[in-house]
Write a protein that binds this ligand. Structure first.
Ligand SMILES: [Zn+2]
Ligand SMILES: [Zn+2]
Length: 326
């Protein structure tokens, strides 16, 4: 992302008597400056910190939402365009008024019936249109090119290098889950088991959100893009079948049978906690063959198995990731 200084306006006189103005857009709060995707069906608003990210001249900008690529000058927001116009007009009227002022005159009447003629210039310069950048929801520092940017929602393409942040966001969620599990060791029993259960729920939610987003991005490479909207990663076996069906690759590649079994069992435990108040039913037993579970009793989830699940999910996410090149 190129460097950008604070607001300035440069006036240039050309040989053909034309005048042009170069206006620098002001840097917003927290050093983040607004951008807007020029694609009419997107018009997504986001912010970037100039000076971070890739170094170089005339680098293109990537829309974090739709992936459209174009020169930075095409990503100005309507407010920035209004501002630039008003600054140019302000400068122009200032110069014009100064020139006209120089032409002011007043002639005194000559004789009893003489006329007095005068010219006085009044009026001010064109007002400057000021604006504020909008507040956004998620701030990201791209782990590939170090660009600092902000978007609505969570997932986005990096405006500088174009890398999608889905894997970065997923990894951050996993780090938070491990911290939550660390906290559970020093908490009293009831709090501890709730923290572990919540950590398991967060694992499934993060994986589901990540998987859906990656498939959404890759919708163009499947013959049945409508199916993508209904795709869920909360049921591991179902997700595996669907991915195989739609994208022709197995998400469990590289996992041992044991690892796949542990992950599938953890996902089924999460299902019981979310939909059955954690009470074991026949469906759970038939799907997992869990010898330690008894129908009608509460399911137990240990910190160790959620930690193991986190490690397995890292592998699965890598398999699903768009960076895997599959
Ligand atoms: Zn866009
Ligand atoms: Zn980047």
């Amino acid at each position: 992302m190129p460097n950008q200084r604070s607001s300035r306006c440069y006036m240039q006189n050309h040989k053909d008597d034309k005048v042009s103005f170069k206006v620098e857009i002001p840097i917003g709060e927290n050093n983040l400056t607004g951008r807007e995707c020029p694609k009419p069906e997107c018009l997504g608003y986001f912010k970037v910190q100039f000076g971070t990210g890739l170094k170089g001249e005339n680098l293109p900008c990537h829309c974090p939402y739709c992936g459209h690529i174009g020169p930075h000058t095409t990503f100005l927001t309507p407010e920035q365009v209004e501002y630039a116009k008003s600054v140019a007009l302000n400068q122009f009227t200032e110069v014009l008024l100064a020139d006209l002022k120089k032409m002011e005159f007043e002639s005194r009447p000559l004789g009893g019936f003489g006329l007095s003629v005068s010219m006085k210039v009044s009026g001010g310069t064109h007002p400057i249109y000021y604006y504020r950048e909008k507040q956004l929801e998620t701030e990201v520092v791209c782990e590939h090119c170090t660009l600092r940017y902000a978007v609505y929602g969570v997932f986005a393409f990096c405006p500088d290098c174009g890398l999608h942040n889905s894997l970065q966001i997923f990894n951050k969620s996993m780090e938070l889950i491990v911290k939550m599990l660390d906290m559970s060791t020093s908490a009293e029993d009831v709090i501890s088991s709730r923290l572990i259960e919540n950590a398991l729920g967060d694992c499934v939610s993060a994986f589901d959100g990540f998987g859906r987003e990656v498939c959404h991005i890759r919708a163009g490479s499947t013959a049945s893009p409508d199916k993508i909207k209904r795709l869920s990663f909360q049921n591991l076996e179902g997700a595996r079948r669907n991915i195989l069906d739609m994208f022709n690759y197995d998400v469990s590649t590289g996992l041992t049978t044991e690892e796949w079994f542990i992950a599938a069992k953890c996902f089924q435990k999460r299902h019981l906690l979310s939909h059955k108040m954690g009470v074991v039913d026949g469906d759970y037993i038939s799907k997992t063959g869990d010898a330690n579970a008894i129908i009608g009793r509460k399911i137990t989830v240990t910190s160790e198995e959620v930690r193991t699940l986190v490690q397995i999910l890292y592998k699965l996410a890598h398999n699903i990731s768009i960076e895997s090149g599959k």
